[in-house]
Write a protein that binds this ligand. Structure first.
Ligand SMILES: [Fe+2]
Ligand SMILES: [Fe+2]
Length: 301
């Protein structure tokens, strides 16, 4: 059950209307890393959470708070649009500077939503359910949550620098603070999953003995220069405490040519006459530099 309270979580009152800024603020509502995304991301993670208790409760607490952030931003947008577009249009006729502002307005905020927020980003791209991550694996999800809060805080910080309105700045100061605590909370939750023995740093914590272990610790050097080796990702013990990372300075391809099989005639794909079918799954592999393990497997298969 959800219950709505009339009051905003934090005040959202601009000193004066600003239709251009209202268009920019849409990014924090319906952008890929906006409040709608974190709301839905955390709600679905909470609803899909199979661990009753502290994890599920915390996820749903933060989710519910995020709905309040959508509400604050939508309220702020409506107040920034007060008088728009009529007032702004009238002034624009006389003042080219105001004309530029009108040019930057989101027309949908006037035409579609009647002077209110729309569920879209600052470029008017509609919000999309595919922005959210809710996998059922808490470690995979918490990594995504840290990333979402980081991108959200980054964009909030940029928007904070794009306004001088004290009322807008006051609200964004609150939003920045909540993005700080949420980032910290998801980072803490990642450590808690490890301490509780529920997940390890690599997701999922399974199939380690089945995966190709020859390739579970190497950095493939595939760009100019060798500076990529100057970091802990290419040497030393990996964050999982198990793997010894290594810089593969001159890696060779392990597979054969990337040829696709000939298309069936009824699909009318262009193909060379006398196509030998080298891309067929049944064709020869042609893999260069086979590893010793593969050569032994070939011999006995
Ligand atoms: Fe938020
Ligand atoms: Fe948040």
């Amino acid at each position: 059950m959800f219950r709505h309270t009339k009051h905003l979580q934090f005040e959202a009152k601009p000193e004066k209307p600003d239709a251009l800024y209202a268009a920019k603020l849409q990014e924090l509502i319906g952008g890929a890393y906006g409040e709608m995304t974190v709301t839905m991301q955390y709600l679905f993670q909470g609803w899909n959470c199979r661990v009753e208790g502290k994890y599920k409760d915390m996820i749903l607490d933060v989710a519910t708070e995020e709905i309040g952030h959508v509400e604050m931003l939508a309220t702020m947008v409506a107040r920034l649009l007060e008088g728009a577009p009529d007032d702004v249009m009238a002034k624009a006729v006389k003042d080219p500077a105001v004309g530029a502002v009108v040019g930057g307005m989101n027309p949908q905020q006037a035409i579609v939503s009647g002077g209110g927020a729309v569920l879209a980003d600052s470029g008017a791209t509609p919000w999309n359910g595919k922005y959210i991550v809710a996998s059922g694996n808490l470690m995979a999800d918490f990594y995504a949550n840290v990333a979402a809060e980081a991108q959200g805080r980054l964009q909030t910080a940029r928007l904070y620098n794009m306004t001088d309105d004290p009322g807008v700045k006051a609200m964004l100061k609150f939003n920045l603070a909540r993005d700080t605590v949420h980032q910290n909370q998801w980072l803490a939750a990642i450590e808690q999953l490890k301490e509780d023995g529920l997940e390890g740093p690599i997701v999922p914590n399974a199939l380690f003995d089945e995966e190709n272990q020859e390739h579970s610790r190497t950095h493939w050097h595939l760009s100019d220069g060798t500076q990529a080796q100057d970091g802990p990702w290419a040497q030393g013990i990996a964050p999982d405490g198990v793997h010894q990372l290594e810089f593969l300075a001159d890696p060779a391809p392990l597979g054969g040519p990337a040829s696709a099989p000939p298309p069936p005639d009824h699909l009318y794909g262009t193909k060379a006459a006398g196509h030998g079918g080298e891309g067929s799954a049944k064709g020869p592999s042609g893999a260069p530099n086979k590893s010793m393990g593969d050569k032994i497997k070939d011999t006995f298969s």
